[in-house]
Write a protein that binds this ligand. Structure first.
Ligand SMILES: Cc1ncc(COP(=O)(O)O)c(C=O)c1O
Length: 470
């Protein structure tokens, strides 16, 4: 990487130096062109090298290779600029290279980068645990375990729930996504591409129906389904935990109705089952609260966190009631890298940025903008194709169908919108059980101007996809 890229940061942006927007753009253009010239790489070269060196199972949604990124913008190795509505799959609520996050990580790197918390512990881990314990909903005392990935957090939440209850069973939901490790794949409720050809999965994992308008499943139906599961397969006194995403992530950005969440809480209390909220994608401001479950007023027993917690660094965790979190023997939890100090410092800075910059409120206003603009774009540019526009806060998705009469999911149209958007400089990512939804994970730090620009490209891409199908 060229020196210029390394040394650049949002600190050089217009506000700090009171330069004009055009001057700031010239600075970034210069940085990017220098970086591109130094790299002398093309996307095509990297695609060829990647095909030879990386297994095809690690798919990439965009055929471009990153060179430089700042807040909600990214440049590829050829110098092409993209507005980023994906944020590394919901990791960048505070944007690419937030100055506070970078500064905190660099300062930590100047002291030590790894000791393994299990050998020589350090304060950033404890400070972050204290912050998370205070942020999590509910009055009971809490404790936090830090790990590295979302799947690892989910695995550990299950281990902790089993140790605390002495029961093996776990209930997850249709369309839920909890990771790609073998235990979490057992909980992930979507076969292709995640579970295809890699079973069998661990025992004692059961699936209940998720309340989803697309499938005509109401909250009442979902609760009947869960209660039937207790009668048919999952003896409730042998169930350790029910795990649910308060807003389905990969499954299509479908929020759990609040009364469903309350009923789950009641059912858990009735049977001594622990309620785990998987907030890996929905947490840290994406929905306008620290944790999406807070919208329902329900207090879970355990919360899994990752992604936007650390502003781009690999860090995850389980936050939970102290008595439950202490169920496992010393040495039963952890891992060599768990709670890496650089990632902890980054997370503390990201949390501070969310607070200082009012990003919870910003999420709500971005969410309103997205919903109203999507509705207008649908009416104007693709009538009867935007079947549903939904979400909580800025965790918004739009679902495409062939027509409103059949409401048939249109994955081909969705793919076409994503491809046309990329060609025009907007990064988008699809989701949903039928691959026919586009979710927005734009940094909450993005300016109105950037969001506007992204939405204008989105509309042009929708028009191009309509024209292609005509
Ligand atoms: C809700 C949820 N849980 C767990 C995971 C797994 O996280 P990771 O990819 O960090 O293992 C994800 C990832 O997208 C997720 O969205």
């Amino acid at each position: 990487m060229s020196k210029t890229v390394k040394n650049s940061s949002r600190k050089a942006a217009p506000k700090a130096k009171k330069t004009t927007a055009a001057e700031a753009k010239a600075v970034v253009d210069h940085i990017v062109s220098e970086a591109v010239a130094a790299a002398e790489l093309t996307n095509a070269q990297l695609i060829a090298r990647r095909e030879a060196a990386v297994p095809r199972g690690v798919a990439s949604a965009a055929p471009i290779y990153a060179k430089y990124a700042e807040n909600a913008e990214m440049w590829d190795v050829e110098g092409n600029r993209f507005i980023d509505f994906v944020g590394g799959i919901g990791v960048l609520n505070t944007g690419h290279r937030h100055p506070k996050v970078i500064e905190a990580a660099k300062s930590q790197e100047d002291h030590y980068t790894h000791t393994s918390f299990q050998v020589v512990p350090y304060e950033p881990y404890i400070e972050l645990a204290e912050r998370l314990n205070a942020l999590a909903p509910g009055d009971a005392p809490k404790k936090t375990l830090l790990v590295t990935t979302g799947a690892e957090a989910v695995e550990n939440a299950v281990k902790i729930a089993r140790a605390a209850t002495g029961r093996p069973g776990v209930i997850a939901f249709t369309g839920g996504y909890h990771g790609r490790t073998l235990l979490t794949l057992g909980m992930t409720g979507k076969v292709s591409p995640y579970k295809k050809d890699v079973g069998p999965f661990p025992a004692d994992i059961f699936r209940a129906p998720f309340p989803n308008a697309r499938d005509g499943i109401t909250v009442e139906d979902a609760i009947i389904g869960l209660k039937n599961l207790f009668l048919t397969d999952a003896q409730p006194s042998r169930v350790a935990a029910i795990i649910i995403e308060p807003v389905l992530g990969e499954g299509g950005y479908v929020p759990v109705p609040f009364d469903m969440m309350q009923q789950l809480r009641d059912i858990c209390d009735e049977h001594g089952i622990l309620l785990i909220a998987d907030e890996v994608q929905a947490g840290f401001g994406r929905t306008g609260k620290w944790f999406a479950i807070e919208h329902s007023g329900v207090v879970p027993d355990l919360i899994t966190v990752a992604k936007s917690m650390a502003g781009g660094y690999p860090l995850a965790g389980v936050i939970g009631r102290a008595d439950i979190m202490d169920a496992m023997e010393p040495g039963g939890l952890g891992g060599t890298y768990g709670g890496n100090p650089v990632a902890c410092a980054a997370a503390l800075a990201a949390i501070e940025a969310i607070e200082e910059e009012g990003l919870l409120a910003r999420s709500l206003s971005i969410g309103e903008t997205l919903k109203s603009r999507f509705a207008a774009i649908g009416t104007r540019s693709a009538p009867y194709r935007f079947w549903d526009i939904r979400g909580l806060g800025a965790m918004v998705a739009v679902e495409f169908v062939t027509d409103f009469d059949t409401a048939k999911p249109d994955a081909a149209f969705t793919k076409s919108v994503v491809a046309h958007a990329l060609k025009r400089g907007l990064l988008l990512l699809s989701c949903g059980m039928h691959g026919n939804a586009i979710r927005v994970m734009v940094p909450l730090t993005a300016s109105d101007a950037i969001i506007d620009e992204g939405l204008a490209i989105f509309e042009a891409a929708v028009q191009a996809a309509v024209a292609e199908q005509a």
